[in-house]
Design a binder for this molecule. Sequence first.
Ligand code: AMP
Length: 515
Amino acid sequence: MTELLTDQLRLMARRHPDEIGYRNLDADTALTFARWDGDSNRLARGLAGAGVAKGDRVSIYLPNEEVLHWVVAYAAVHKAGAVAVPTNTRLTAAETSTILGHAEASAAVTCASHLDALAAARRSVPSLGLVVSTDGDGGAARPVPGVVPWESVAADDAGDFQVDLEPDDLADIMYTSGTTGSPKGVVVRHRNASLLPNSDPPWTGTAWLHGSPLFTFAGISFVYNPMKLGKSAFFLPRFDAGRWLEVVATERPEAVFIVPAMAQLILGHPDFETADLSSIQLCSLGSAPVSAAVLRRLQERMPDATSSNGYGMTEAGPAYCAMPKDEAWRRAGSVGKPMPPMEVRVTAEPGRDLPAGAVGEVLIRLAGRQREYYRDPEATARTWTDGWLRTGDLGRLDEDGYLYIVGRTKEVIIRGGHNIYATDVENALLEHAAVAEAAVVGVPHDVLGEDLAAFVVIAAGQALDVEQLRAFLLERLADYKVPRRVTFVEQLPRNATGKVLKHELQAGRWTPSTR
Ligand code: AMP
């Protein structure tokens, strides 16, 4: 038996039954630890009774507004010994069914507003037998076949329930991209699920505020981390900079987490200079690069708080870099130091260590706690070599071992905190009969951090306009993956081996077609 995430919840329910574990600030609803623990015991018993067995994959397909059901379902899946598949509800039916098919999910937890989307995805996922809906069929005129209301699945008995689990048993599969061809599901085992060790913290009476969807690496870390520090988690389902400033002033959270795109919007808000931010002791950022200027303005507005940008990734899980409190000012642009016993190297091909200051690929190791890709041994072998995780990020270390991330070797475009893989968008573009060639690159964007720019070569004898192409893509891709900037070109710049020279496209050195 290993230390489980759900052990932490059981402990909190015993020690602090009436404190708020999670709060939805838009709906003004909240879960106490006793309720969270009890409700998840009820659902876990019910899932097990409905045939969900140890190791079965269960999709959590709930939008941000359903955050309280989300965290209860997540605990219930683990208590039933099953494997959670936190699923992005903004993906298209095709993307969702690719993921659920790859995971061979046998059950899903959703809500009435998302039943149609799940039903469309479900047609090509024969394994998916049980669909639990938080609010049944939402009062649909005709009953939706195969959907069971949460309350009728959940057992009456709210007493402790936990299927025995071993450290190597799977806890989650986290999909890092909604690809049509090759989804990458990061395997999270119970031994490497925790980002912070379980603890019995003194109750602080304060909160950690965030608004990251729980299916993301950042979001999922905010299910259990706040309670491990003796705090409530406060969640804003829809981010709005003005509302965020207002919530900070009225709710007085001690810690906040924002992604860089949110930081940009907060800084640009007319109330930023005057809002009461005095409660904040920790302003943590992460998920994407943050400019030193943005960080400095946050630090100036909150001189007593630690404002810093932490570096992590789904594949690395509990291995991440964080900035010590008194270094944040001095090391502008750094993501901090590796948290021991994690190790970091910066290397040049073929695995040669580079001296301080030189830029190369960032490699990470956390012995005994590495992750891998689900059902993809080749991708796993390519990504974890000789015990080291190849992050695909470019960075440098300074003389004191502080890490600076400068770019990416892999083509992930992070648009407003969402990871978009250029190849996903290129593949969808290439499905159009009039598209001969396509390349997608990330370009800087003031608010989103990065935006997509697509370069398309139209097939001979064909005609196509941007609106037609966007409409075509919207049927295949989540809306945030559809490029707003599309340039038609005569040909793509390529190197001698035929690889597209994306940096030329990014630098704007490629001219539009005259057609
Ligand atoms: P994800 O697994 O979705 O969290 O994405 C991980 C990737 O996000 C990393 O490989 C980096 O490319 C990027 N990333 C995360 N945190 C930072 C950061 N603090 N600075 C720069 N890039 C980051």
